[in-house]
Design a protein around this ligand. Structure first.
Ligand code: ZN
Length: 192
């Protein structure tokens, strides 16, 4: 987990962003902000469209897409029930597809747009994919109203694990670090 901890989303943005002086919390100039808002609204509208279409097709109410350099890279719709895959959330589907399109495991410089606030799984996937931004339409409370566990899981992560119904047990054999020792000793490893 240290890779995610030490490599925030902004790390990937640094070399590519033309306005590198701004930090994520800075407020952009009004004109740029307005332009970004209009662009965001346009891509978000597409994610909502994807989500609604997916419901009509028998899937979950979620859609997402990846944009880089102003261009659509890939779209995703929830495929949990269709693929018997509890990890096939729209954001994950879009990230997987986008990585195949660009031929890279990094989506640095890209924006993830999604019809609903990413759940902890998808937010982590966005961090691992090193996207520059995440923009969402509905939020975890809207998802809760729809019967989804996003809000519940966020609250769970905020509580001590000893209170969880799911046991998460640390068992540490003598060779627990062997994989990392092998990794660090490997001359031709691909860092990610
Ligand atoms: Zn998710």
């Amino acid at each position: 987990m240290s890779a995610a901890d030490t490599a925030p989303v902004t790390e990937g943005a640094a070399p590519a962003a033309p306005t590198a002086t701004a930090t994520p919390t800075d407020v952009a100039p009004a004109a740029a902000s307005d332009a970004d808002a209009a662009t965001d609204a346009r891509w978000l509208a597409r994610t909502v469209e994807l989500a609604v279409e997916n419901v009509a097709a028998g899937g979950g109410p979620f859609g997402a897409l990846i944009v880089r350099g102003g261009e659509l890279v890939a779209e995703g719709q929830n495929r949990v029930t269709a693929n018997l895959d509890p990890t096939a959330h729209a954001e994950v589907v879009a990230i997987r597809a986008a990585c195949q399109v660009v031929g890279d495991f990094s989506l640095a410089g890209a924006t993830l747009y999604t019809s609903c606030e990413p759940c902890p799984l998808c937010l982590s996937a966005a961090l691992w994919a090193r996207v520059d931004r995440v923009v969402y339409a509905a939020d975890r409370h809207d998802a809760a109203r729809g019967g989804f566990d996003d809000l519940e899981f966020y609250e769970l992560f905020g509580r001590d694990r000893s209170t969880w119904e799911l046991p998460v047990v640390a068992a540490r054999p003598d060779d627990a670090t062997a994989p990392f020792d092998a990794w660090l000793a490997h001359d031709h490893r691909t860092d990610y």
